[in-house]
Ligand binder design. Sequence first.
Ligand code: ZN
Ligand code: ZN
Length: 357
Amino acid sequence: MNQRAERLIASLDEAGVDLILVSNLVNVRYLTGFTGSNGLAVIGAQTQVFFTDFRYTEQAEQEVDHAFERVIVNDQGVKHAFGRLPDGKLRVGYESEHVTVAGLELMRDYCPGRVELVALKGVAEALRCVKDDDEIELIAAAARIADEAFEALLAGGLAGRTERELALALEHDMRLRGAESPSFDSIVAGGAHGALPHATPRDVRVEPGQLVMIDWGARYRGYCSDCTRTVAVGEPGPAAREAYELVLGAQQVGLEEVRAGGDCRAIDKAVRDIIYGAGHEGHYGHGLGHGVGLEIHEAPTLSARSTDTLQAASVVTVEPGVYVPGAFGIRVEDLVVVTDGDARVLTAIPKELRIVD
Ligand code: ZN
Ligand code: ZN
């Protein structure tokens, strides 16, 4: 049995179930290795079965951990899953955040009377929150691809190119360097458009004197990276420079606060207080950061509403910003590995304000 499935089995007691039906494909991938689009796993101390359909017979053989029995079905996997449960009275958990109402009805249809269905939340996600060494290596590799593509983009100059062209060039270059895809839709936002934290790139040319906010990431062998840099195309002026130094200083404080045992809400507040205290209350409304792994946004969350405590080997972003409507937006985001000491920063791109062509 692989370590991840073992950790899951060890957590089932606490979750109050004997087995779990894992239907979320990201969790299926994490636990079994399967990367296809139809897969279901039933996992308990005595039962490790993986279900998929004919299209994935070969792929399941290659990818799925051989500790799992692999079963090819030509109809509802869930029907067969219930048919293969151990004997006796059982409590079987399902991933309530990922099962549709129709999916739950289907489960109820096939569920034998001796089995009690139990709605679970975040059981596999809690395991994914702490990365193993292989995962950290893949995230670091994704970050390197993203870093290299960004440097190549800046080397070509930004002025006179549209936001859409720049986003596309970045994404194209990341794929050439080995990324499967971008890890999310890239943000390239010049001037006042940068004041929208999640701006969509436009058919508008970047002009001298603008700050340009670029938020992008690569997906490499399933794992995401995430980074934001804000650069100046020519001299941006004193107000933009001052706000940039504020965000950079606040981000540095955030990085220093990130360590195992850290309270996510308190870390968010430490950074938020700096930005609000400098007169930018109302110019920074999103959370400080989020976990990154197989998904671009996963546990833990660094925000004013978070109840999470940082654990060693989590991978999180630290990304404060200042967004001044009608003027500019600034965000600086690094991707880091949480440790018992200083966070290990995976992003290698310099952060002092860069003046580019
Ligand atoms: Zn980002
Ligand atoms: Zn982010």
